[in-house]
Design a protein around this ligand. Structure first.
Ligand code: OOG
Ligand code: MG
Length: 262
């Protein structure tokens, strides 16, 4: 940690206000170049406390920057972890108001729901699969609060990993009989294919992202509780969207997820 609590609270307010007013800001490491990952996760936790004090609740957890495509697109090499809140949930087929967002992009993700808690260190794919109740297809709408989506790892962690909206659709399936590595997905924007991938794009197996989250939380003495919904990270690069766009993602074996931007 390099920042005092005052500065952490101030930066949390700054970034949350940017989200709520849909205005881009410069990345916070410009003014605080020494800001480290612990500072960044402390800012994320302060954003959580602000939202909870206004009655919002955690709806799930997310891993991000877990695929080569995403790492390359954003110029970083390490996964990050963030929080998903109740008000971010959009029904399958629903509308997303772009006036409330800065510069949204969509990502196709495989999401896990746990039937047992997961605690690191040493959490691995096998433990994740054994603890998984079911998987569901999801689309995350990310909206970095930073100008032009330009950030470094500490800045994006502090900004709650660009979390903005998410849509769950398709069918919930037990992992038994599913090969999440070869599970294909095809993303269409306005009827045209804009991205495709297989589950293995996410760290070789999307359950690795969940294991990484459990191991990350273990360093802070926390676990992933039973029942938690977890998004494993975009399998393809993120696709920019604007008002008028319709997005639909077809997942092999899991059905499809769609939404419209207005
Ligand atoms: C950070 C969030 C990345 C994912 O699935 O990779 C993310 C960003 O790219 O703005 O959610
Ligand atoms: Mg994501």
């Amino acid at each position: 940690m390099t920042l005092d609590n005052n500065t952490i609270q101030q930066l949390a307010a700054h970034l949350e206000n940017a989200e709520l007013s849909a205005t881009a800001v410069t990345k916070i490491t410009d003014a605080h170049p020494q800001l480290d990952w612990d500072d960044a996760y402390a800012i994320q936790a302060a954003i959580r406390a602000r939202k909870e004090s206004r009655g919002h609740r955690i709806a799930g957890l997310k891993a991000g920057l877990t695929s080569r495509a995403k790492m390359k697109q954003m110029g970083v090499e390490t996964p990050v972890f963030g929080l998903i809140f109740d008000y971010m949930s959009v029904a399958d087929g629903g509308e997303i108001d772009t006036k409330k967002l800065i510069h949204p992009k969509v990502e196709a993700e495989i999401a896990f729901v746990l039937k047992k808690a997961l605690r690191g260190p040493g959490c691995h794919v096998g433990a994740v699969l054994a603890a998984t109740d079911f998987v569901v297809p999801a689309v995350e709408i990310i909206d970095s609060r930073y100008e032009n989506f330009r950030f470094d790892l500490a800045s994006v962690i502090a900004d709650n990993t660009s979390a903005s909206r998410f849509v769950v659709g398709g069918v919930a399936r037990s992992v038994e009989g599913l090969d999440l590595r070869t599970l294909g997905l095809v993303m269409e924007k306005n009827g045209e294919i804009v991205a495709m991938a297989a589950g293995a794009a996410v760290l070789g197996h999307p359950a690795v992202a969940v294991a990484a989250l459990a191991n990350h939380l273990a360093t802070r003495g926390e676990e992933i509780p039973a029942g938690t919904f977890i998004m494993s990270g975009g399998a393809t690069e993120a696709i920019p969207v604007a008002a008028g766009d319709a997005i639909s993602v077809r997942f092999q074996d899991l059905g499809s997820v769609s939404m419209r931007f207005v």
